[in-house]
Design a protein around this ligand. Structure first.
Ligand code: BJW
Length: 231
């Protein structure tokens, strides 16, 4: 890998954290099995019932902060960063911090971060050391404003897009790992990378919605396949 490509962009989705014990979204026993997407993944849903949305994220917060660990796929990407340095950018749709815990530093959380809260007035972001609730206040407003989850819901603008688009234009290889390819703009990254002349590789348990746009495919578990790429 290091010898063949000098500039690589990796997109990760819920599937890379599945082997660590985090639930994916669209599986039969997934996160949305018991919830309507409109209720827990839209700004309208949050305005309607913030307590429901806070409970949804708190369950995941508790899970993430109690015994979940990065798996071999996260560790392999951190190792790849050691080899390639600035040549690697990991873009994750996940809001867990498993890439950071494995050692990745050149990382963009395009859909936000579970361990952070955001002031809805100033948009300032704060670390969240305890679950969401009405007592999580910002320090940028007087009196303090209740923080909302620092996540990107449907209809909101994903984070870091300028930097992501620049990296996609310049990369020689684009790898997508563990994402169903159903959510845009992330599902459109393969097309952008191909357009710029990059090779493209999908690693997933099953073909994604944008499977046919990739030049190469590896079907199976990320925890087994990603470490082999980096060897
Ligand atoms: C394994 C595995 C193992 C399992 N090994 N694999 C038409 C065209 C274009 C856009 C739109 C459109 N209609 C509507 C839109 C906009 C909308 C959208 O995409 N809607 C679609 C439903 C069509 N998008 C937006 O609103 C976005 N914003 C936006 O577009 O702004 C305007 C804009 C305009 C122009 C340019 C740029 C922007 C915002 C999207 C926000 C998504 N937010 C969520 C919630 C975040 C917080 C949270 O975590 O709760 O993000 S939704 C949810 O889906 C979450 C995920 O990050 C995201 C993707 O899910 P992911 O990761 O793919 O998970 P799964 O479960 O779907 O798939 C897991 C995969 O792993 C499966 O394939 C398994 O097989 C596999 N797997 N185990 C390998 N061990």
């Amino acid at each position: 890998m290091k010898r063949m490509y000098q500039r690589i962009v990796v997109l990760t989705g819920a599937g890379i954290s599945a082997e660590s014990g985090m639930k994916t979204f669209r599986a039969e026993d997934g996160l949305w099995e018991a919830h309507r997407v409109e209720d827990v993944a839209t700004p309208e849903g949050y305005r309607r019932d913030p307590d429901l949305v806070n409970r949804f994220y708190n369950q995941r917060w508790e899970q993430l902060n109690n015994g979940i660990e990065p798996n071999p796929a996260h560790h392999a990407l951190a190792e790849l960063e050691k080899q390639l340095g600035k040549g690697l950018l990991v873009v994750t749709q996940n809001i867990d911090d498993l890439h950071e815990r494995a050692g990745s530093r050149r990382l963009i959380h395009m859909h936000g971060e579970l361990n952070k809260g955001r002031c809805p007035r100033s948009q300032q972001v704060f670390p969240l050391l305890e679950p969401f609730g009405n007592d999580n206040l910002c320090t940028c407003c007087v009196p303090g404003q209740v923080l909302r989850p620092h996540v990107v819901w449907f209809g909101e603008m994903p984070l870091g897009l300028d930097r992501i688009y620049r990296a996609l234009e310049q990369c020689e290889l684009f790898i997508s790992i563990g994402t169903s390819g159903t959510v845009y703009p992330a599902a459109g990254f393969v097309e952008m990378a191909s357009h710029g002349g990059a090779d493209t590789l999908e690693i997933n348990l099953e073909p994604s919605e944008v499977h046919s746009q990739f030049s190469h495919h590896q079907t199976g578990r990320a925890g087994e396949l990603v470490p082999k790429l980096v060897e």
